[in-house]
Design a protein around this ligand. Structure first.
Ligand SMILES: Cc1ncc(COP(=O)(O)O)c(C=O)c1O
Length: 404
């Protein structure tokens, strides 16, 4: 059989680059490699026994409904749970505001589908979540970006940018941003809402990480500050429970919900009914608050361990410690480039994510992203020592020959 037929691909697939992060995950399959790359939660913290019990209970007591087709918007009791959870975050929500998704990645895609025509402009922060850029590219929209600093998106740059590029959507990850780990300050949140309101532009608030805060005070969610239904907020259980559940949600104005549901029906009808029923069963018997407290304690300790290792191994670098989330964003010493460092780090059995893929427009090769959730503290220290060795090898090639 000759299966070499050359398919003529749709225009929308031509500009779409593979996610560097997904490609890197291949390298991390090798057992000798320490991965500080992907944004993976720690599997030893998944509540496996409680999830197994919840699935078993649902199948034993309500198997017929749990295995049947369900409504596109999602299982009612799960939407009720999410609505009341969002209420605790100061967000006015109800089942009419909610569509359950198979993770927030799907939420980005659905929002792009319903709001963005080909050629429309979306504004992001720079750098930004690389897989959101993939979505925007697949929908053939034009992405323009404002800069960011330690307080997140530089929202004061928005009015001038919006005057040049009338935009249809502002996308950002305000809490413990991927890749930088930074959080948008409360003052900038208020300013962003004002600007979006003045220009009548919806904001897509992508929030996988805000529950993973281990120090400092949480600023209000953008959706809690919004009084006009302009903020569409994405949430997910991926980082706070287990990504394999594939359950997230879109909270949006009830006027947008039916359109999102229509778009959803065209791709996969609904999120797994079994997973949704199991999640509701889990919450009936599981101390979720205690689980979150444990995640925060473990990730906080790992974040501290990474900071200590970075300060010890690379004292000349500026380190901005995140108050939560999963990532450090490291500016490399000149003349080290991120892709050279990636190659050298792999030689030292270490995986990190080169930063250039997160940038809109001109690629910037001065950064790498480091994840601290996946490895324990001792492994993080060894990983950072390998990183320092790789950096030294690139700054002074004689180092490369030294035994590690
Ligand atoms: C900013 C951001 N948005 C969305 C996602 C996708 O998460 P999910 O597993 O809910 O699809 C991620 C995952 O890393 C992320 O970092």
């Amino acid at each position: 059989m000759n299966e070499s037929h050359e398919f003529r691909l749709a225009q929308r697939m031509r500009g779409i680059a593979p996610s560097a992060v997904r490609e890197i995950l291949r390298v991390t399959q090798r057992p000798e490699v320490i991965s500080l790359a992907g944004g993976l939660p720690a599997p030893e913290l998944f509540p496996v026994a409680a999830i197994a019990e919840a699935f078993a209970r649902v199948l034993a007591t309500d198997g017929g409904r749990a295995l049947q087709y369900g409504v596109t918007e999602g299982h009612g009791p799960l939407r009720e749970w999410i609505a009341s959870y969002l209420g605790t975050r100061g967000i006015h929500s109800s089942v009419e505001h909610l569509l359950v998704t198979s993770g927030s990645q799907q939420g980005i895609d659905l929002v792009a589908r319903v709001l963005l025509d080909p050629g429309a402009v979306v504004v992001t922060e720079n750098p930004t979540y690389v897989a959101a850029l993939q979505v925007f590219s697949a929908h053939q929209v034009k992405v323009v970006a404002v800069g960011s600093d330690d307080e997140g998106m530089c929202v004061d740059e928005l009015p001038a940018l919006l005057a040049r590029h009338p935009a249809r959507l502002i996308y950002l990850c305000p809490d413990f941003q991927n890749p930088k780990g930074t959080t948008l300050s409360a003052a900038r949140r208020r300013r962003l809402i004002e600007i979006a309101s003045a220009h009548r532009i919806p904001i897509l608030e992508d929030d996988p990480y805000s529950e993973l805060r281990f120090r400092g005070v949480a600023p209000p969610p953008l959706a809690a500050l919004d009084e006009e239904g302009l903020v569409i907020r994405l949430g997910t259980f991926s980082k706070i429970l287990a990504p394999g559940m594939r359950i997230g949600w879109i909270h949006a104005s009830p006027s947008l919900l039916p359109v999102l549901a229509l778009a959803r029906q065209a791709c996969d009808l609904h999120t797994s009914t079994l997973s949704q029923h199991a999640l509701v069963a889990l919450f009936q018997q599981f101390d979720f608050a205690a689980h979150l407290a444990r995640l925060r304690a473990v990730y906080g300790a790992r974040c501290d361990a990474m900071r200590a290792a970075l300060e010890h191994e690379l004292p000349e670098l500026r380190i901005v410690q995140p108050e939560g989330g999963l990532f450090y964003w490291l500016e490399l010493p000149a003349p080290v480039r991120d892709d050279d460092l990636f190659a050298e780090a792999v030689r030292q059995n270490l995986a990190v994510v080169p930063g250039h893929g997160f940038f809109v427009g001109a690629e910037d090769h001065r950064f790498v992203r480091l994840n601290f959730s996946r490895q324990d503290e001792a492994t993080i220290s060894v990983g950072v020592a390998r990183l320092a060795r790789a950096i030294r090898a690139l700054r002074d090639p004689r180092e490369a020959a030294l035994p590690g």
